[in-house]
Design a binder for this molecule. Structure first.
Ligand SMILES: Cc1ncc(COP(=O)(O)O)c(C=O)c1O
Length: 401
């Protein structure tokens, strides 16, 4: 087997250098743990960036993938396949509404949502509904349109000019949203909890205001639940916390249990704006990722992982608060379910991530001053306490920083 140095050297030689990777290569995963090239175990509180909800290599997900791959792997969307339609029905049943388009990633699910909103809002012959209002600090993807939608100007700079129809308001500023949503607005695109932006929670008031302005002004309300969907926040969907129902929801990350699949689900009337040929993708909703997604949802349901996420999330927040109480290096601990961040009073997040890695704990730095914890939803009380203990000890070293 290759050593870590072999792998790192090959990566340096043959990859475009867009990723800042941790100095470790993983070869195996099981449950809450990943194992590196030396066989060392790490407690995984990254979960493949909020992707792995059932734990690594859950036997039911593995079996579904193996059986489907051995039976039928790909036919394209020129034909019908059963796993794809079963998954569409399962998502409909979970939401209680909606028709789906399957994509391959979160960014693509959002691309679909933005196109759909524009087509829908133009349907009565309107000529000028093309603008999209999003929030500052948001993250919606790295394609040209979803990068423009992302409310992080430093990510835009090297690629300017980006499509101009995207604008941004401060998160939770209802007055700014009121001013920004106008007659030309086709969609308001929001994360219920900003994941990549640092685990920033939208208030119920802000989400309700977005719903109201969209209804009044004929815009489509899109919730990007790529990171928060399917149990991550202790509900199947994060919008349930506020009780604000969107017109369109996008999902990806945890949907495929580790395989790439995204979904854009729209209320029937909006979904009907798309006609044949309006949108498509070769791989979308292929039999293998669809089978993986069905198995993943079954496991989440059967093993009560949404409830576990709520319970363990509360324990994680409480435990991190207790371990960091009185430590001036920590500004706050925030989150819902198993999407949690430790907000620091300085730009130490990368150093804390590196220190945690040395102690066998994986976490990641979403911003220079925020460390995110997004473990698999199977995390136990023991896993939570260990992770909170390690983080507490590390940030102790920053008391006087
Ligand atoms: C809320 C949200 N939307 C969209 C994306 C983009 O998803 P992908 O990386 O699968 O394109 C992400 C990825 O982190 C995300 O967190």
């Amino acid at each position: 087997m290759s050593t870590f140095e072999d792998i790192r050297t090959a990566e340096a030689a043959y990859h475009m250098h867009v990723y800042g990777r941790q100095p470790v290569a993983f070869v195996r995963g099981e449950g809450m743990h990943l194992y590196d090239t030396n066989g060392r175990a790490y407690l995984d509180f990254v979960g493949g960036i909020a992707v792995i909800s059932t734990g690594h290599s859950h036997p039911d997900v593995v079996r579904a993938i193996q059986e489907q791959a051995a039976t039928l792997s790909h036919v394209s969307n020129l034909y019908y396949t059963e796993p794809q339609v079963k998954l569409a029905q399962r998502l409909h049943d979970l939401l209680g509404w909606g028709k789906v388009f399957f994509a391959n990633s979160g960014a693509e699910a959002n691309e679909c949502a933005v196109k759909l909103a524009r087509k829908h809002t133009l349907k009565d012959g309107a000529k000028s509904k093309f603008k999209v209002v999003a929030a500052m600090g948001s993250f919606h993807g790295r394609t040209v349109a979803t990068l423009a939608a992302t409310g992080q100007p430093h990510k835009h700079e090297p690629f300017a000019p980006l499509p101009a129809e995207f604008s941004h308001v401060p998160l939770n500023d209802e007055h700014a949203l009121d001013s920004a949503v106008g007659d030309e607005t086709s969609a308001v695109l929001l994360e219920v909890i900003q994941g990549e932006g640092g685990v920033n929670l939208a208030t119920p008031e802000f989400l309700n205001a977005a719903r109201k302005f969209c209804d009044e002004r004929g815009a489509v309300l899109i919730f990007d639940e790529v990171q928060t969907g399917l149990g991550r926040t202790g509900r199947w969907f994060a919008f349930e916390h506020a009780g604000v129902i969107p017109d369109v929801i996008t999902l990806a990350k945890s949907l495929g249990g580790g395989l790439p699949i995204g979904a854009c689900v729209a209320q029937d009337e909006i979904a009907s704006a798309f006609g044949r040929g309006d949108h498509a993708t070769t791989f979308g909703g292929g039999p293998v990722p669809s089978a993986a997604a069905l198995a993943t949802i079954d496991v989440i349901d059967r093993e009560g992982l949404v409830e576990n996420s709520a319970r363990m999330g509360e324990r994680l927040v409480a435990s991190l608060r207790a371990k960091t109480a009185g430590n001036p290096a920590v500004k706050e601990v925030r989150g819902t379910g198993l999407l949690v961040a430790v907000q620091l009073n300085g730009e130490w997040a990368a150093d804390i991530v590196a220190a945690a890695l040395l102690r066998g704990l994986l976490v990641n730095n979403v911003t220079p001053s925020a460390v995110r914890l997004s473990p698999p939803l199977v995390a136990t009380a023991g896993d939570i306490d260990r992770a909170a203990g390690v983080i507490g000890e590390i940030v102790d070293g920053y008391r006087t920083a």
